[in-house]
Design a protein around this ligand. Structure first.
Ligand SMILES: [Zn+2]
Length: 270
């Protein structure tokens, strides 16, 4: 448990402390929480920044690679003079300057199962913001195995989706996507305002789950198309034969992904 809220923190968070249900206890819960953001591009960078803005206690950031000029249409934690240098280190520096109260561990390395296991051992929630399915699956497997709640957020062009994975209770990534979709992990279109919107939505879900504030998405997937400002929620289901979170005795029972709808076509809200 961390110390009580400092006077500076009470002043910094004053405007959110006047939200219905967002009292000092909620703020303290957030301060006592740690989140791993896997991927700090346009999506994860935004999510990390808004978690820091809200006053999360600790952030772990993992992202391998150096900043390139085409990253600058969306990665707002970066600066133009940083091209060629470590992105995750710049993300740490920017967030540190923005809110020095946040403890930040930055890892400039690829997602590897053993390392992930170590990094998440003292983490409360994971935000999966990677740009490719193989790494998303590694994060899903690690979180499901460790019983850590994970927020799954992905985008393509003007569209994005978001759902929460609560191990043993809700569908995991493999329940919804037993097979990898066909897409180009590096060349898919990205608009900064779209990845930023999704980053904010993911941060919002993390804040709610960590503090008990509001109602997070449970057994539901949010899909949006910002090109026409369409937002829809779809009901999701766990697959009993899921290779990651299902019952081991059913793992060899082949159920075609095509014969079992994972996401109900019936919209449960507008
Ligand atoms: Zn599953």
């Amino acid at each position: 448990m961390s110390d009580e809220l400092k006077l500076e923190e009470m002043e910094r968070y004053q405007r959110q402390l006047s939200i219905d249900g967002f009292d000092e206890k909620v703020q303290k819960r957030l301060k006592d929480s740690a989140a791993l953001v896997a991927g700090i591009g346009g999506l994860g960078g935004t999510a990390a920044l808004y978690l820091a803005a809200a006053g999360i206690g600790r952030l772990a950031l993992i992202h391998e690679g150096r900043l390139e000029t085409p990253d600058l249409n969306r990665q707002t934690l970066m600066t133009s003079d940083w091209v060629g240098r470590s992105r995750v280190m710049k993300a740490k520096e920017t967030i540190n300057k923005f809110n020095p109260n946040i403890e930040i561990d930055a890892f400039d390395e690829p997602i590897k199962p053993e390392r992930l296991e170590t990094i998440i051992s003292d983490i409360d929630i994971v935000l999966d913001c990677r740009h490719n399915f193989p790494e998303r699956r590694l994060v899903n497997t690690a979180c499901t195995g460790a019983g850590i709640t994970m927020i799954e957020a992905a985008m393509n062009g003007m569209e994005g989706y978001l759902f929460n994975i609560i191990p043993g209770k809700t569908a995991c990534l493999s329940c919804l996507y037993p097979e990898d979709p066909v897409w180009d992990p590096y060349g898919f279109p990205v608009l900064g305002a779209v990845s930023g919107t999704l980053g904010c939505l993911a941060a919002m879900e993390a804040i709610k789950i960590l503090t008990g504030l509001g109602e997070p998405l449970i057994n539901a997937l949010l899909h949006f198309d910002l090109g026409r400002m369409g937002f829809k929620r779809f009901k999701t289901y766990r697959r009993e034969d899921c290779k990651i979170c299902g019952r081991p005795s059913l793992h060899d029972t082949r159920v075609s992904a095509k014969t079992q709808a994972n996401v109900s076509a019936e919209s449960i809200c507008r």
